[in-house]
Ligand binder design. Structure first.
Ligand SMILES: [Zn+2]
Ligand SMILES: [Zn+2]
Length: 261
């Protein structure tokens, strides 16, 4: 049934006039996925520099090997960070289209963008595998699919890396987005476990997530992998939300055509 819905969705896309993936204006014959104005906006958003340790937006002269002012003293257990952009602006809009409105052409677009971000980091060539941040049953139920798993597989295909579900989640009380920054580390403390079959010892791994705000989830996942013997753990996310402006929650009612993952 899901496959049929997917095929019908693709046919509807083919019959409809092509529209910009961001502002939905009709595209001209030479346009790819976006109109010229949105293309300029996306390129500007992707070009913003960030801290290579924690992903926070920061100009290069405020960052050194040890990180930026947000992470230098906290020493996150992440060995390096890749991100596409900030959550506010066009990247956040695309993520909401992907997760909440299930616009399937964004699967490819976001996969390409995140693969490019990882490829630009010097540690990319050393990676053994990608590891999607796991979703709880409640989260899977809400989205009717597993957006981060799909994203990780998509990025892995482009980088020639396996996306391995090495982590599971158990005992997470609330969704991070519902909590103030100060409660997020406690909410995910100890909730991620390495799956019994995972061969983690000595591996160089890159966690994949869609949005990070406090970094507490990524840090906790990295700790679990390192406790199990991972040599290095990096992180790749589509977007970093500002500490002062957490991502607004956008829910969809049109959940009927969502694909189970
Ligand atoms: Zn547009
Ligand atoms: Zn930093």
């Amino acid at each position: 049934m899901d496959a049929l819905r997917r095929v019908l969705g693709l046919v509807a896309d083919l019959l409809a006039p092509r529209a910009c993936a961001l502002c939905h204006r009709t595209l001209g014959p030479g346009d790819l996925d976006w109109c010229p104005a949105c293309t300029r906006e996306i390129l500007a958003a992707v070009a913003v520099d960030y801290c290579r340790r924690c992903g926070e937006t920061a100009s290069p002269h405020l960052v050194n090997e040890a990180g930026c002012r947000h992470c230098r003293d906290r020493r996150p257990p992440i060995d390096g960070f890749a991100r596409v952009g900030r959550y506010d602006g066009p990247i956040g809009e695309m993520i909401r289209g992907y997760k909440f409105r299930r616009e399937q052409r964004l699967d490819r677009t976001l996969g390409v963008m995140l693969a490019d971000a990882v490829r630009s980091r010097p540690w990319c060539a050393t990676l053994d595998a990608l590891v999607p941040v796991p979703a709880s049953l409640a989260e899977r139920w809400q989205y009717r699919f597993y957006p981060v798993g799909l994203l990780a597989r998509n990025v892995g295909r482009r980088l020639g890396l396996p996306a391995l579900p090495m982590l599971t989640v158990r005992g997470k009380k609330r969704r991070q987005v519902e909590l103030p920054q100060s409660d997020r580390a406690e909410n995910v403390h100890g909730v991620f476990q390495v799956a019994g079959h995972a061969r983690v010892a000595g591996a160089r791994l890159c966690l994949v997530d869609d949005v990070t705000t406090s970094g507490a989830t990524l840090a906790e996942c990295a700790r679990a992998l390192k406790r199990a013997g991972a040599a290095e753990v990096y992180a790749a996310v589509l977007a970093k939300a500002g500490r002062d402006t957490p991502p607004p929650e956008h829910r969809t009612n049109a959940g009927t055509s969502l694909t189970a993952e």
